[in-house]
Ligand binder design. Structure first.
Ligand code: GLN
Ligand code: ZN
Length: 754
């Protein structure tokens, strides 16, 4: 029999029940017992769903109230000492770790590999101790077993857990904590064994990274230590190929390995070739990172080859946890029927896994209906007029070498721009959005539901723009923005107006804690039927003599925050978006907009997992940005914005984007990043964010002045701008005005001491 399993299932619920329950508990409108009951219902539902679909081994421990890494922290008793919590952690304390409390800021959050999921970063200090400190996992295993579920507990492995954490004591090397953490893992495993668990899945996704040798060197001894008194261990890797470590992995004393053959297809045959007789090989062949229906014919061909060598040692699974895809396509009643037939969400992927296992075991005839459907969907997609636009394809292939070049070098452009703009030294500006107030959101919702006419909506938004312009003029900012009141989200706003995009109604994916996102779906060639932002920008510019920045989202950010079609290269999709943005840029220029900002918030997070792939990615990503921005006259000033401070390692690519002005996040790192810019001799203008917009605190002028003095020490003063470190949409007007007033004052002081 060919065994099927999944590595994890979305926990939020098809209707985001977990989000609602957790938020109600936070607000105090429900109690702990009610929250616990919702969690239990959701777990039971998701286990039953998988069992009824025919999945053999069902993950337990993939559920978390906030985050799976935080669950491991609770289980291992590794809560940061600064909170002063004793084991066992209460639910209330668990949430304080995630969200902070009166005394302590929350644990840091960061992206889980190249996904849009964020985990809470473990904190290690010299006195970090580990001890088995939570019963949640064991309770859930019992709960599943009582419900007749064939439970396969899931743990994050010790190496991955340590690697993804951060040292908080000087001189500490977190790898040295391994001997301290292993006994707790051993305890966990022996307890699971005593509970009658046959298989346990231990995730070590860091094996797909460019892992330092010191870490790799610990793999064998670690798993030898764990396997001694444990259920059978399935060591799971995903998100990239681990073929580089094939011998090491095959020699491990574990009962099975899981590999992701969606991301690393070359692994399949490499692993099967001399696969040890005593191990199972689980192949992740159904994409856990994207929403396209599986091509059963292609998958079956691969699986048949594997089954020939592996026999019953072959297991079938999704490539990674299904956490990264929405729950259930069946709920989507408004989606175009044809497009819907091309898709599979988590629930549909269960059927795909089971179908593939049956097909490989009993032959194609045993899955005839599914086979026919898959074939039909595949064919309809290939030949669909929804997808293919000849003009778009031709435009992309007609691009020539110079089409991503501004006409003159920066020095010439900036002189031409300055002659027109006549900006003072240290020009002040903001990143784009102003507070998205309750009234704005209500107006948008009413408009969407048809309760507010187009005209009424437009005049409400124009009112917001007028207000934003008045405030900025009063404060004395130099380059104004219209405030983005009309935008729900910086990607969705454009996706809704571009052809080739569609939107699900309930396709939510957990981003962090209770926060979920609903990524647009890019299914076809991308075209811009008409201008997307010009009327708003034209209106805003008509209200002021100061330059008004046009505001667009860049091709890479739109790509990165969407589910992207898998039938052409991402680089080509990026170029299609770039051409649409290029047209918008030119339309803005024609409408008299002299400064245009193209946000690339997600450029860095698009970096591939393996460094060997970075250069290629950066080349096409930078080219896409340049294609989007290079059609304008020298006198038109191009800005870009990025909201992170870790790009010292990609500065050449940032410089190659050749934006006239870049605004970046630097305030939280006390301008450290600027040293890198200085050392690199970054040639164009820079606006280092002088205050952190994520905090409601109003920054004082002295702090900002201090930061600008640091900036001035490494960057030529005539290249410097002054701005916050990101958009202000999550803030309130009162703090925003106070903060910007201080910021403008800083500019005055700098000019006076120039
Ligand atoms: N222009 C956007 C804003 O101000 C940029 C947001 C971002 O970089 N995340 O909201
Ligand atoms: Zn930002």
């Amino acid at each position: 029999m060919t065994i099927t399993h999944t590595l994890g299932f979305p926990r939020i619920g098809a209707q985001r029940e977990l989000k609602q329950a957790v938020e109600a508990y936070w607000k105090g409108s429900s109690n702990e017992a009610e929250l616990l009951a919702t969690g239990k219902t959701l777990r039971a539902r998701h286990w039953a769903l998988q069992r009824d679909a025919g999945i053999d081994l069902i993950p337990v421990g993939d559920f978390a109230w906030y985050d799976q890494m935080l669950n491991m922290t609770a289980l291992l008793g590794a809560t940061p000492a600064r909170f002063g919590f004793n084991a066992p952690l209460t639910l209330a304390q668990y949430f304080q770790l995630a969200r902070g409390n009166e005394q302590q800021p929350a644990m840091e959050m960061t992206k889980w590999f190249d996904t849009n999921y964020h985990y809470l970063v473990p904190e290690f200090s010299n006195d970090t101790a580990f001890s088995l400190s939570s019963d949640w996992l064991f309770d859930e295993v019992r709960e599943a077993q009582d419900a007749g579920i064939n439970a396969k507990p899931v743990l994050i492995g010790p190496l991955t857990y340590l690697y993804l954490g951060k040292e908080k004591s000087a001189g500490l090397n977190r790898l040295d904590l391994l001997p301290k953490i292993l006994p707790v893992y051993q305890q966990i495993l022996s307890r699971l064994k005593a509970q009658g668990v046959e298989w346990v899945q231990i995730d070590e996704p860091i094996l797909a990274l460019d892992l330092p040798a010191a870490w790799l060197g610990k793999l064998s001894t670690t798993y030898a230590a764990l396997a001694s008194n444990a259920p059978k261990i399935l060591l799971a890797t995903y998100f990239e190929s681990v073929v580089a470590h094939i011998e090491l992995l095959q020699a491990l004393p574990v009962a099975g390995l899981h590999i992701d053959i969606v991301r690393g297809p070359e692994q399949a045959s490499a692993f099967a070739r001399h696969y040890p007789e005593n191990k199972i090989l689980s192949v992740g062949i159904v994409d856990g990172r994207n929403i396209w229906r599986n091509n059963l014919a292609a998958s079956l061909q691969i699986l048949e080859g594997l089954r020939e060598t592996l026999g019953e040692r072959l297991w079938v699974a999704p490539s990674c946890s299904l956490l990264h895809v929405p729950v259930d396509l069946a709920q989507e009643v408004k989606l175009d029927k044809t497009i819907k037939s091309w898709l599979a969400f988590a629930t549909q992927k269960l059927d795909e896994v089971v179908t593939l296992a049956r097909g490989v075991q009993h032959g194609k005839a045993s899955i005839a209906p599914q086979w026919a459907q898959s074939l039909k969907a595949g064919e309809s997609r290939v030949y669909s007029p929804l997808i293919f636009k000849r003009e778009v394809r031709q435009r992309v292939s007609a691009l020539r070498a110079g089409d991503d070049q501004r006409s003159s070098p920066f020095a010439q452009r900036i002189a031409a721009q300055q002659a027109q703009l006549k900006l003072p030294a240290y020009p002040t500006t903001t990143i784009g959005s102003f507070p998205q107030t309750a009234e704005i959101r209500q107006a948008r919702a009413a408009h969407k539901q048809g309760k507010l006419s187009d005209a009424a909506y437009q005049s409400a938004m124009q009112g917001e723009i007028r207000h934003a312009v008045q405030v900025q003029e009063k404060l004395g900012l130099d380059v104004l923005v219209h405030g983005e009141a009309e935008r729900n989200d910086m990607v969705e706003y454009f996706g809704e107006q571009l052809q080739g995009f569609c939107f699900s109604e309930l396709g939510w994916v957990q981003s962090y804690g209770s926060r979920c996102v609903k990524p647009p779906i890019i299914y076809g060639d991308i075209a811009r039927p008409k201008a997307m932002t010009v009327e708003w920008s034209r209106y805003a510019q008509s209200l002021t003599d100061k330059p008004m920045k046009g505001m667009l989202t860049g091709p890479i950010t739109i790509l990165q925050w969407s589910f992207v079609r898998n039938d052409i290269l991402r680089a080509e999709v990026a170029m299609q978006i770039a051409l649409a943005i290029r047209d918008e840029v030119q339309d803005l220029e024609r409408a008299g907009i002299r400064i245009i900002q193209i946000d690339e918030a997600a450029l860095r997070e698009g970096l591939p997992i393996k460094r060997r792939d970075w250069a290629h990615y950066l080349a096409w990503a930078v080219r896409a940005f340049r294609v989007a921005t290079s059609a304008v006259a020298d006198t038109t000033q191009i800005h870009t914005h990025m909201c992170y401070s870790e790009f010292s390692d990609i500065l050449p690519a940032i410089a190659a984007m050749d934006a006239d002005v870049i605004t970046i996040e630097t305030s939280r790192s006390d301008m450290e990043l600027l040293d890198a810019f200085g050392a690199f001799n970054y040639p164009n203008d820079i606006g280092p964010g002088v205050y952190d917009i994520h905090s409601p605190r109003v920054p004082n002028a002295a702090d900002m002045l201090h930061l600008m003095h640091k900036a001035r020490a490494v960057i030529a003063p005539e290249r410097l701008w002054i701005n916050p470190d990101c958009g202000l949409k999550t803030r309130g007007w009162v703090e925003v005005e106070a903060a910007l007033q201080n910021m403008v004052q800083v500019a005055h002081e700098l000019r006076a001491t120039a």
